[in-house]
Design a binder for this molecule. Structure first.
Ligand code: MHF
Ligand SMILES: O=c1ccn([C@H]2C[C@H](O)[C@@H](COP(=O)(O)O)O2)c(=O)[nH]1
Length: 276
């Protein structure tokens, strides 16, 4: 059984059994028909994935990992905030008439900052430090930029990655303020696990642990029956992540260069309604 399935199902059981509903409150998100999208949530969920053991992807439903990798590269490699640079349509509801999602995600990672060694954006600074200062305890990105929040159509959810090298092993902490468990938990874990593999390869390191810290882990009201359906499903062994052996430079990585070998999984559960 994939460890990622076990962790996801345990998180969901905990949320449904011990979580707190916001049904008595005004909430921002809406369903497509305009109905308020309420949630049941648990505060402070922390999950650890050991990337040396297995690649953390759910197998209880088919995850479109190619689309997840594509979104990861859209943000971290292309540093784009325009949906026209994205292969899927998952961000369409948050884009303006020009396709922009505002000063969010890729935009923030592309902003250059001054350091003693010169100007770098956040991604290039991490890659520089992993090569030149692997012992540093200051290797992190943060896209929750308060002065620009007014210009973001959705505030960043997965907003910070802390990279830390122990020996020859690259570990990381993903900080996420808000997690739609059904729609995006596996999606986000798959993306950031792949990012640790990519950064490890491009820095001459081995991928180690990914620690995922979620402040508000929630299940939307209309997702509860779908989650209950997933709880009854069979789980399969996890696949293996393979990266094109020729790749050494992060900017040469492509979705086709990333593969999940032996990804066995149950079918999808149809189109998941996403709260906007
Ligand atoms: N309420 C909400 N939940 C989210 O997860 C979310 C947002 N809003 N807003 C911004 C982004 C968009 N994200 C999304 C949105 C949709 C899918 C989705 O529909 N996934 C499908 C497959 C998509 C495809 O194949 O192209 C799935 O079955 O996982 C995934 C992530 C994550 N984010
Ligand atoms: O990568 C992502 C992006 C978004 N989400 C979810 C988490 C929430 O359900 C919504 C955002 O709504 P807020 O009111 O701003 O928290 O999107 C996600 O899980 N992962």
């Amino acid at each position: 059984m994939s460890k990622a399935d076990q962790i996801f199902l345990q998180n969901c059981r905990d949320i449904l059994e011990k979580g707190v509903w916001d049904t008595d409150r005004e909430v921002r998100p809406r369903w497509e028909d305009g109905t308020p999208a309420h949630t049941v949530k648990l505060f402070g969920v922390v999950n650890r994935y050991d990337l040396r053991e297995e690649f953390p992807i759910q197998t209880i439903r088919k995850i479109n990992y190619r689309a997840a990798f594509d979104e990861l590269l859209w943000i971290w490699q292309k540093k784009s905030n325009n949906i026209h640079d994205l292969a899927s349509h998952i961000w369409d509801s948050w884009a303006d008439e020009n396709g922009s999602i505002g000063k969010a995600y890729g935009y923030q990672l592309g902003v250059k900052h001054v350091y003693p060694e010169g100007e770098f954006d956040q991604v290039d600074r991490v890659l520089y430090d992993l090569r030149h200062n692997p012992g540093s305890r200051r290797i992190l990105t943060n896209i929750y930029v308060h002065q620009d929040l007014h210009a973001m159509n959705l505030y960043p959810c997965a907003y910070s990655m802390t990279f830390n090298v122990s020996g020859n092993t690259l570990n990381a902490i993903l900080n996420q303020r808000s997690q739609d468990m059904l729609t995006a938990n596996s999606w986000n874990v798959v993306q950031y696990a792949a990012l640790v593999h990519l950064f490890a390869r491009c820095s001459g390191l081995e991928a180690g642990e990914l620690v995922h810290v979620i402040a508000d882990a929630h299940i939307y009201d209309r997702h509860v029956p779908l989650v209950e359906q997933l709880m009854e499903r069979e789980s399969y062994p996890a696949p293996v992540f393979r990266l094109d052996p020729a790749v050494r430079d992060f900017y040469d990585v492509t979705v086709d260069g990333m593969a999940l070998e032996n990804y066995q999984c149950a079918p999808g559960i149809g189109k998941i309604p996403v709260a906007i």
